[in-house]
Design a protein around this ligand. Structure first.
Ligand code: NAI
Length: 304
C-alpha cells in the first residue's frame, strides 16, 4: 500500500556519518538537524573559517534554548561535539550521506558532485538541497547517478518540517526511499517529488513572490503594508517581502531565473527588476542587514 511504501527501506543508522557542504543559512541548519538526530556531522565550506562559524552559530542558537529552559546543557554539548568542520572535500569520504547546500548554480554544483564521486564509495548517497535546479542534470555524467537525489529542506531547516525528496531520471527508488525514511527519522515530514523546475513548494510559491513584486512595481502599496495585510488578514505566516528578505535575494533571484528559463520563459515566472536591483546593490536581505527592510539598527524589521 501507499502507506507501507515509505517503510520498505530503513533509515540511515545514527552511526552513519553525514556530510554537509556549504555552511550558509541552509547548510548549518541541515548539519544541526543531523547532529540532533544523533549523527556525527562533517561540515565543509570553501570559504575560510565559514564551517567553524556555521557551527558556532548553531551553538549560539542552542545556548539560547538552554537559557529559556527548552533544552538541557548536556544535550547541547553532545550535539556540538558531534559537529566538526572539514578543511577539504576529501575529509567527507567516509560519510554515508552528503547534503550539498552551496550556491544555486548548476555548473558549480556539478563540479562538486563530480569531485565527490571520485572521493566517496558508490554506496554514499549524494544529495542536493537545491531549490530549483534539475536533479537529473546534477547527476548526469556521473558514474553512479542512481545514488543522487534532491533533499530539499526549508528555511530555517531545524524548524521547518517539510523535506522534499526529489528523484531525477536516474535516481534509484532505494535511494529515494532511504532518504524518505531518514528524513522521517529526523522528525521531518518528507514528500516524494520528481525533478520538475521548482519541485513542489518553489513552484507553488513563485507567484506569491512574483505577484507581490508586481503589486510593488505598480505602486499599489508599500512592502510593509502588503506584508502586514497578508499576515493579519490573509493568514500567511509571513508576507512575500519579509519572506524574500529571509530567503536572501541572491538565492531567490537565482531560483526565479532558474524556474523561468526551465519553463521556456513562461511569463508567470518572470524575474523582477526589483529583485535584480537588490542583488546588484548587495541588499540581500537579513543576511546582509538590508533588503526590503533595514535590519542594521533594530532587531525588528523597519519599513523600507
Ligand atoms: P548561503 O549563501 O547562505 O550559503 C552558501 C554557502 O556555500 C556559503 O557559505 C558559501 O561560502 C558556500 N559555498 C559556495 N560555493 C561553494 C563551493 N563550491 N564549495 C563549498 N562551499 C561553497 O546560501 P543558502 O541560503 O544556505 O542556500 C544554499 C542552497 O540551499 C542553495 O542551493 C539554495 O537554493 C538552497 N536553499 C535555500 C533556501 C533559503 O531559504 N535560503 C531554502 C532551501 C534551499
Amino acid at each position: 500500500s501507499q502507506a507501507s511504501r515509505g517503510s520498505e527501506m530503513a533509515a540511515l543508522s545514527p552511526n552513519d556519518i553525514i556530510a554537509v557542504i556549504g555552511a550558509g543559512a541552509m547548510g548549518a541548519g541541515i548539519a544541526q538537524v543531523a547532529a540532533q538526530a544523533g549523527h556525527r556531522v562533517r561540515l565543509y565550506d570553501n570559504r575560510e573559517g565559514a564551517a567553524q562559524a556555521g557551527i558556532e552559530g548553531v551553538h549560539r542558537q542552542l545556548e539560547q534554548r538552554v537559557a529559556k529552559g527548552k533544552m538541557a546543557q548536556e544535550e547541547v554539548d553532545a550535539i556540538i561535539a558531534r559537529m566538526t568542520p572539514a578543511a577539504t572535500l576529501a575529509e567527507l569520504a567516509d560519510s554515508r550521506l552528503v547534503v550539498e547546500a552551496i550556491v544555486e548554480d548548476l555548473e558549480v554544483k556539478r563540479g562538486v558532485f563530480a569531485e565527490l564521486e571520485t572521493l566517496c564509495g558508490p554506496d554514499t548517497l549524494l544529495t542536493s538541497n537545491t531549490s530549483s535546479l534539475s536533479i537529473t542534470s546534477i547527476a548526469s555524467g556521473l558514474e553512479h547517478p542512481e545514488r543522487v537525489a534532491g533533499l530539499h529542506f526549508f528555511n530555517p531547516a531545524p524548524v521547518m518540517k517539510l523535506v522534499e525528496v526529489i528523484s531525477g531520471l536516474a535516481t534509484a527508488s532505494e535511494t529515494a526511499e532511504t532518504l524518505h525514511a531518514t528524513a522521517a527519522a529526523w522528525g521531518k515530514i518528507p514528500v516524494h517529488a520528481s525533478s520538475t523546475p521548482g519541485f513542489i513548494v518553489n513552484r507553488v510559491a513563485r507567484p506569491f513572490y512574483a505577484e507581490g513584486l508586481r503589486l510593488l512595481q505598480e505602486g499599489t502599496a508599500a512592502p510593509a503594508t502588503l506584508d502586514a495585510l497578508l499576515r493579519q488578514a490573509g493568514g500567511f505566516r509571513m508576507g512575500p517581502f519579509e519572506l524574500m528578505d529571509l530567503i536572501g535575494h541572491d538565492v531567490n533571484y537565482a531560483v526565479t531565473r532558474s524556474v523561468f528559463y526551465a519553463y521556456y520563459g513562461d511569463t508567470r515566472f518572470q524575474p523582477s527588476l526589483v529583485q535584480q536591483a537588490l542583488v546588484e546593490a548587495g541588499r540581500l536581505g537579513r543576511k546582509s542587514g538590508h533588503g526590503f527592510y533595514d535590519y542594521r539598527d533594530t532587531a525588528e524589521p523597519a519599513a523600507p
